[in-house]
Design a protein around this ligand. Sequence first.
Ligand SMILES: Cc1ncc(COP(=O)(O)O)c(C=O)c1O
Length: 354
Amino acid sequence: MTVFNFSAGPAVLPVPVLLKAQSELLNYRGSGQSVLELSHRSVLFETILNETESLLRELLEVPDDYHVLFLQGGATLQFSMLPLNLATNRHLIDFIDTGSWSQKAIQDAQAYATTRIIASSASDGYRSIPTEPVTSDADYLHITWNNTLEGTTYTHVPQVNVPLVADFSSSILSEPIDISQFDLIYAGAQKNLGSAGMTLVIIKNDLLQRTPALLGSYLRYDTHATHHSLYNTPPTYSIYLTKLVLEWIKEQGFETVVQRNRRQAATLYTYLDQSTLFSNAVAITDRSRMNIPFSTGQADLDEQFLKFAERNQLVNLKGHRSVGGMRASLYNAMPTSGVDALLDALHRFEQGER
Ligand SMILES: Cc1ncc(COP(=O)(O)O)c(C=O)c1O
């Protein structure tokens, strides 16, 4: 059965990527071994790792003075690694609070440093991104670029005189990023990059000096930078899947993917804005192109729509329990036919079909 999967993550993967992984599963490039079985010290795997890194550097135009690291532990481990490595001078971290994932990052950082919220969109229920200018004298400023639950995204990079750290988990590679404006960005792979298990960290070289002497080897960014993500066994298959995803993006051209994302999100927002049943409550300028929450405003009707959607092969549209309603995640791998099918279901439901 074919379905369209609107999950926020782990999420839809491109069909050509899954087919390629399938065709290479049992015998990778004539080695007689699966990628799952390759030693991480083998030439074959080191080639996969190097190709993944160079494709990422090419597509995201990563400047030469940044390291690209492939780690484990999800974006969540970064909530601890960041303060442990970087909050080493003033032991003070500034945050812009834009919702649930910002709060999770703040909560973990509190175990290691003093945290301060220098701007927040709490007062409007996290339906926007704070725009007022901010200043910071902390060890770094942390922001959550795309807010997966609330459906908001930054469109401007906050300008501060301290290192800027950003969680790009739910929008990495959906649009170009000017990496030089950040000092560290990170993202779990299970939305736009591949499968769960790998976390991407792009870190400016000079931040590596901040790590204190007394910190366990896995938790240190400098360990992974020195050992080229091969200090211990990396998430080999997840890295391989990311390589396939990056090849898929490169084949079409990154700009084609970016334009498709823009078009698909715009089509859904246009529908929601003219609908008399469904609506999206996010400030228009701050709307995410990746995660689009919407609702009828009535819990029982939302529930009916979710069942209707499932009967029409549209799955994982339920909004996060803290937000309610529905959420359509339109990551890079969501085909236009999936968005068309969703629009068709929304329209038919609005016309009274159940
Ligand atoms: C913005 C953001 N940050 C962090 C996380 C946590 O990621 P992980 O489950 O990989 O630790 C998520 C997961 O959905 C997310 O959307």
